[in-house]
Design a protein around this ligand. Structure first.
Ligand code: NAP
Length: 447
């Protein structure tokens, strides 16, 4: 009797879990249940459009998706189409791999003004995520401020500054490329509340900011530490080495005399946002100078403003609660014991541990959850997995997108690509369904 396992969410954490589960339990049947018609989660909707090499990891995920024992049910949303409680009655184990799709909110006065877009929304928009198709940010400004010093902040700054030529091989959707490349933005301020040694961006991403055709990086020499060892004292091992490299890169930026490019990214450290100023629309953002003592941020009472027409808080993501599972509102994630939530219910990826780590950080989560499931699972002959699921979806006249349907959509996206772009994405669920309706009917789908 096979073990029936459902993985909710077909992003990296889901795929690494499926891979590990097939090794730990070779007889298992795995069903991905994904609310979008498309697989790959943040690889498609979060990784920057000009980081196509990173996106190639989907080739590995595809091998998993094509295994006989793996099915993909796209366009099926837990809570809307089928409940978690129902799934737990159909499957021997359910793995939540639903990520952290929402913005951690910047809770300062004025954060709700027009022209303030959290990075989850803004990145989703420029990546053609259906949830953000209608964001329509107004980029008609010379100056944008990105709050935060993580990799997402660097991605956002780069995408705003890169030329159309620099983005030629990216999968920026046409309607987004038109807006970004017509925008008069020439200055992007990347502002961190801590110092350069504490910035969370990785060195490859930082160095990229020094290699843009149209933009020069600016770092204030007086914000750079004289003594690297002192500011890196509480970092160890790899972390210490990577942060030292960041400091070296930032010093290069601060001393470089080549500032002749027409656009600029300004690195500003030791500045905590306190208020967004303006009328209905953002006109400026106010910061308070900070100092860092024993790892703590101390406000100094000294303030300064940056005039701008766009603010992108890139301060991390949070998960959304799912009915039938516990949720910690404060941390924006599901309380769990290293991935175990409840009998037969598990968590992996950002819903398990918050929005930290790179793509490969999801791999160990998958290995751990597979070990736990292999230990815990007691196959129940009444739980029929996909047979039960398809029955319910058909009874409810719900249309799901199988993996072969996704492959048709993918082929259409590749065929629609302009020039050297890899694809022109479908950006709404409706247009994906309409496109499939014109393609040969998939026997698995209920019309
Ligand atoms: P992140 O790395 O956690 O960075 C968040 C930044 O926001 C930090 O600088 C943080 O400062 C700051 N912040 C948080 N709350 C703030 C507040 N209230 N006011 C001002 N600043 C605030 O998050 P992320 O950039 O969203 O990235 C999420 C994860 O995805 C990270 O692990 C990242 O490495 C990964 N990622 C990787 C890549 C890549 O590998 N190319 C690309 C994108 C994302 P503090 O340090 O003071 O908290």
């Amino acid at each position: 009797m096979p073990h029936n396992i459902a993985i909710i969410g077909a992003g990296p954490a889901g795929f690494y879990s499926a891979d590990a589960l097939m090794k730990a339990l070779p007889e298992c049947r795995i069903d991905f249940i994904e609310r979008l018609p498309t697989p790959f989660g943040l690889i498609r909707g979060g990784v920057a459009p000009d980081h196509q090499t990173t996106k190639r990891v989907t080739q590995k995920y595809e091998k998993t998706a094509m295994m006989d024992q793996v099915n993909f049910y796209g366009n099926v949303e837990i809570g809307r189409d089928v409940s978690l409680m129902e799934l737990r009655k159909m499957y021997d184990a359910v793995v939540l791999a639903i990520g952290a799709p929402s913005d951690k909110k910047l809770t300062i006065p004025g954060a709700d003004k027009i022209g303030v877009h959290g990075s989850a929304a803004f990145v989703g928009w420029y990546n053609g995520h259906p949830d953000f198709r209608d964001l329509e940010p107004n980029l008609n400004t010379s100056t944008a401020v990105v709050v935060g010093n993580g990799n997402v902040a660097v991605d956002v700054a780069r995408v705003l500054l890169r030329s159309a030529r620099g983005m030629a091989e990216a999968d920026l959707p046409n309607h987004v490329a038109e807006v970004i490349h017509a925008a008069p933005i020439i200055d992007v301020h990347l502002v961190g509340r801590r110092g350069p040694a504490d910035a969370k961006f990785t060195n490859v991403e930082l160095r990229e900011m020094g290699n843009l055709n149209m933009s020069s990086p600016h770092v204030k020499a007086d914000q750079m530490p004289d003594d690297f060892d002192a500011v890196l004292a509480h970092y160890e091992g790899r972390d210490h080495r990577l942060r030292r490299r960041n400091l070296e890169t930032l010093v290069e930026f601060s001393t470089s005399s080549n500032k002749s490019k027409p656009k600029s990214v300004h690195f500003e450290f030791f500045a905590s946002p306190v208020e967004i100023l303006g009328g209905d629309r953002v006109e400026a953002i106010r910061f308070e100078r900070t100092i860092i003592e024993c790892g703590k941020i101390i406000n100094t009472g000294e303030f300064f403003d940056i005039d701008c027409g766009l603010v992108i808080p890139s301060i991390g993501y949070r998960s959304e609660p799912i009915e039938g599972a516990p949720f910690d509102e404060k941390w924006g994630s599901i309380p769990n014991d290293n991935g175990r939530i409840d009998s037969g219910l598990y968590a992996v990826g950002w819903i398990k541990r918050g929005s930290c780590g790179v793509i490969s950080s999801n791999r160990p989560d998958g290995v751990i959850v597979a070990e736990y499931i292999a230990e815990d699972i007691i196959p129940d002959p009444k739980k029929m997995g996909r047979n039960d699921l398809e029955g319910i979806l058909k009874d409810r006249y719900l249309r799901w997108i199988g993996y072969s349907d996704w492959k048709k959509l993918e082929a259409m996206e590749i065929a629609a690509a302009n020039g050297s772009a890899p694809r022109e994405k479908f950006v709404t669920v409706e247009e994906m369904i309409a496109a499939l309706d014109e393609a040969p009917v998939n026997e698995q789908c209920v019309q």
